[in-house]
Design a protein. Sequence first.
Length: 244
Amino acid sequence: MQTTAETFDAYGLLHWTMLAVTVIGAVLLVRFGRRRRATPKPAVVARAMAILLLSVTLGFQVYWLMPQNFDLQQSLPLHLSDILRLVAAYALWTRRRWAVGITYYWGLTLNPQAMLTPDLSAQRLPVLEMTSYWSLHILVMWAVIYLTWGMGRYPRWSEYRFALLFTGVWAAVVFGINSAIGTNYGYLNAKPGGASLLDLMGEWPLYLLVALVLITVVWALITWPWSLIHRKVPSASRRISGAL
């Protein structure tokens, strides 16, 4: 399977196709969720999406951990996107506020970065690697859009604070692991080889501080409109209530 390969070029035909699939799927999911929000059907679809996302995530993870495919620099599930897939699946299944919040903040701001500026070199890549990369990022994008705009699970300031704390803990743990074993998961110890938004933020470790400030500000900005909705429409708050 590894011998069959495709060439990936940023904003080439394949790239635009994947972005188009993401947008079309998101629009259909939002329309479905909003039209049937008062029925049990959106929850059924959410759980089906959770099973699909978890199955694809674990299936590919097992494959990359097999001895013949293992790469210390890539195979361990330590990237932010690796954690996000598990959290997103849990959020789809349970709609717990903390999990929906992580899915919203990470999925809406950090996941698109990987889709718009993928860390894939313009060389011939195994089809399985391409399939793994795009299917998982697209499924996560669909999850956050469906939960938020399809099912009406909006974040609150408590989820904002928890997301910042959760992100800080993840960064500290993964930075320590990177330092110990010589890896660069989460690009916490060095910038990715390909072009990315980090190129605009200076060299290491300055870009980590800049990224932290940007995340804090941007996440606050994408929380603020929902906080207004919660104040004006109390029922919206009740709709997303649940155990943290």
